[in-house]
Write a protein of this length. Structure first.
Length: 312
């Protein structure tokens, strides 16, 4: 069941026959591991040491996942069909968020070292363009083919045109922003707020103009969001008070709160459940979405971060 390093091609292998769908795959920032959680049993299927501490994960086509690492200079391809992980494109150190466009097979990678977005053609496994952003780009959203990049140190959003892949707009957001989602033509941003006055609000902006439209008070330091357009609720993860907040989109009010593990940073959801990773709690919390109650907490290796669900 262990990963085996294949020195000749810098590839590692694992036993993909151990994967039973549906399952979560979890990256870790404090340990070099990948963890797989069985969603039928709500328990770890297996967790294996790898050579890299992976940051963000994104599913692409045909049972494959692309990952970034803040410490490594490559992006990595994880093939869940045959059980391999390998570096495929050399980019830079300090890689954070990634965004995948299914139609073009292009991957957008945030380079927080050089303050750029690199656009990678996954047919060629090559960088085809790079676009300057604000300071410390961290995460992506898309709307009408345009790409929105949240910049954590310049406190703004860079908008990249989907037809030209050039910057078309920049607008300011909350100080020390973290977390972004576009829902029903509102761009929501969370964050830490200024030093000495930590933030307890999520801010809604017009994604076309950057105009501030709404504020909703939630918990301390909201840093991540999850929803689907058809849902009445927006789920907001606050790592300052280790809790997940349920916000009614129609009334713009918090309707419920559930406690999760210490220092949560990442959220993922499906039709029936919500999953939260706790960076310092070393847990993945599984929450019943309808009842908004904690089902269980799965203990995992140190520093769980990004989560994706694989259902083939």
């Amino acid at each position: 069941m262990s990963f085996i390093l294949l020195i000749s091609c810098q590839k590692q292998a694992f036993d993909a026959s151990k994967l039973q769908e549906p399952y979560l795959m979890v990256s870790h920032l404090k340990s070099s591991a990948l963890t797989f959680i069985d969603l039928d049993k709500n328990e770890i299927m297996f967790s294996k040491d790898i050579r890299y501490q992976l940051t963000d994960l994104v599913s692409i086509k045909n049972g494959k996942v692309v990952a970034t690492s803040r410490s490594e200079k490559h992006i990595f391809l994880i093939d869940l069909n045959i059980g391999t992980i390998e570096p495929i494109v050399k980019v830079n150190s300090g890689l954070t968020g990634i965004h995948y466009d299914y139609l073009s097979n292009l991957l957008f990678v945030a380079d927080s070292t050089d303050n750029q977005i690199h656009i990678i053609d996954l047919h060629q496994n090559a960088i085809v363009n790079s676009v300057a952003t604000g300071k410390f780009p961290t995460s992506f959203e898309s709307l009408d083919q345009d790409i929105y990049v949240l910049n954590g140190e310049s406190n703004d959003i860079t908008v990249i045109g989907g037809d030209t892949y050039e910057e078309i707009q920049t607008f300011s957001v909350i100080e020390r922003p973290a977390g972004m989602i576009i829902d029903n033509d509102i761009l929501w941003v969370g964050g830490h707020g200024p030093y000495g006055k930590l933030n307890r609000e999520i801010i809604g902006y017009d994604p076309h103009t950057g105009q501030q439209l709404k504020k909703i008070e939630v918990g301390l330091m909201p840093v991540a969001f999850w929803t689907v357009p058809s849902s009445r609720y927006l789920y907001v993860l606050c790592h300052g008070d280790h809790a997940l907040y349920k916000v009614d989109k129609k009334t713009n009010e918090v309707t419920d709160v559930v406690a999760v593990g210490e220092n949560p940073n990442f959220i993922w959801g499906n039709q029936g459940q919500i999953f939260v990773s706790s960076l310092d709690g070393n847990k993945v919390s599984i929450i019943d979405k309808e009842r908004f109650q904690l089902i269980t907490e799965v203990d995992v290796p140190a520093g769980p971060y990004s989560i994706i669900e694989e259902v083939f």
